[in-house]
Write a protein that binds this ligand. Sequence first.
Ligand SMILES: [Zn+2]
Length: 261
Amino acid sequence: MSILFALFIGLAIGSFLNVLIVRIPKGESVAFPASHCPKCGNALKWWHNIPLLSWVFLQGKCAYCQSPISRIYPVVELLTGLVFATLAMKLGLGAEWFVTGLVFSLLLALSVIDFEYYAVPDSLNFTALGLALLMPLFDFGWDWAMGDLKAFSFYQEALLGRFKDAAIMAAAFFLLGYAVKKLVKKDALGEADIIIAATMGAMLGFPLVLMAIYVAAVLAIVPAVAARDHMVPFVPFLAMGTWIVYIFADTFTRWMGMLYG
Ligand SMILES: [Zn+2]
């Protein structure tokens, strides 16, 4: 039951992500005006706006002008729904579930925007980092509300750990970018990648975050080779690596234990 609830919450948030993805790169307000067709400008009725279902019963076309609606919308909604449902299975419902879901939703939005525009808006990027860093505070608030407060040092250590791991990752990516720039005279890692690396550090901690970078690099090899001289957006791969390692954290930890234990 809670998984189904999580799925519906995720679908609704995915619907809002689509608004962010369409409007933020253009510098438009995310609140006004209400959702409208980008072609004919007609405002959408609420039944045109139901995540996933509307796209299916409208057969992927605007109800007014019949111009095609991008497949990206239902895909983003479905992926966000699955993210929240999967996290509910792993974490149960609560502040950690919801905030973790928001961080991965933002990483998904950043991935789509990077893929379409080769640029990542700072507003979404810093929001993801902020949520990832402050997760223990939300956790604290939730546990307090539930009357299930752990020792204060638990939240304190978690908070400090996240800031430390984020700072190390940001510094490492900054130095790596600097070194690559000196060596091959090309901008390999931008400011956006540094912020995402910090978010990854906060979400996964060491040594799992290194595993996520490794997974991201492996996933990016084929597209990077296939694209040759074209730019390959790296954010989607970093996001996928983070997601895979986060969900299978126990398995990755066991593997690393076998290697070094
Ligand atoms: Zn239209």
